[in-house]
Write a new protein. Structure first.
Length: 194
């Protein structure tokens, strides 16, 4: 396994740690500050590792079929985890989370079907834009959570919540739009075989 794939694997393993620290105050009685700062730190590590593995893979010509599948999976796992936390915490509407979850499960299924046909469905530019909107949602969601958990930020909770809903809406829209851009070529490939 090459270095970029190891970094991607690290991202997969660290994502559940984010989940545990996000709820560390409610579930384990950790100080509120820990349940804010630890997710911020882990979010930064997760997102930085996503950038770093891609840079190394391209610069050192280490792009592999495994990486083309594992990297999007790691992205989905980490970002769906953010949204699960936000939905459970009540700052993201559950229907928004459901749309994103169904989109991610749908594209994962389609990738597996195409892989069985010998075709790797790599991320497109629309998928990358969706990933950016997801990453931004991760930041904004953590800002909203910070205003809820830290008393000295509570006066910003209403405005942060409103901004959060707008950013989450953009993430949902980009999620559906990018899914449709993947779906078209996949359907055409099945038609060509028929």
């Amino acid at each position: 396994m090459n270095l970029p794939n190891k970094i991607t694997l690290f991202r997969i393993f660290i994502t559940p740690v984010y989940f545990l620290f996000f709820f560390s105050n409610a579930w384990f009685g950790a100080p509120a500050l820990v349940s804010v700062l630890a997710p911020w730190f882990l979010w930064a590590v997760i997102e930085a590792s996503d950038i770093v593995d891609g840079i190394i893979a391209r610069r050192r010509n280490l792009v592999t079929d495994l990486g083309k599948v594992m990297d999007p999976f790691a992205d989905v796992l980490s970002r769906v985890t953010y949204f699960l936390c936000f939905a459970y915490a009540g700052i993201m509407p559950v229907w928004m989370f459901a749309i994103i979850l169904y989109r991610e499960l749908g594209i994962t299924f389609l990738r597996m079907v195409m892989l069985q046909k010998g075709t790797v469905v790599a991320a497109s530019i629309w998928g990358k834009l969706k990933a950016v909107s997801y990453g931004l949602s991760g930041v904004v969601g953590l800002i909203v959570i910070s205003t809820h958990r830290l008393p000295f930020l509570s006066s910003y909770a209403t405005i942060a919540g409103t901004v959060g809903l707008v950013v989450f809406s953009v993430a949902v829209f980009s999620s559906v739009a990018s899914f449709l851009t993947y779906l078209g070529p996949i359907i055409r490939s099945f038609r060509d075989e028929a």
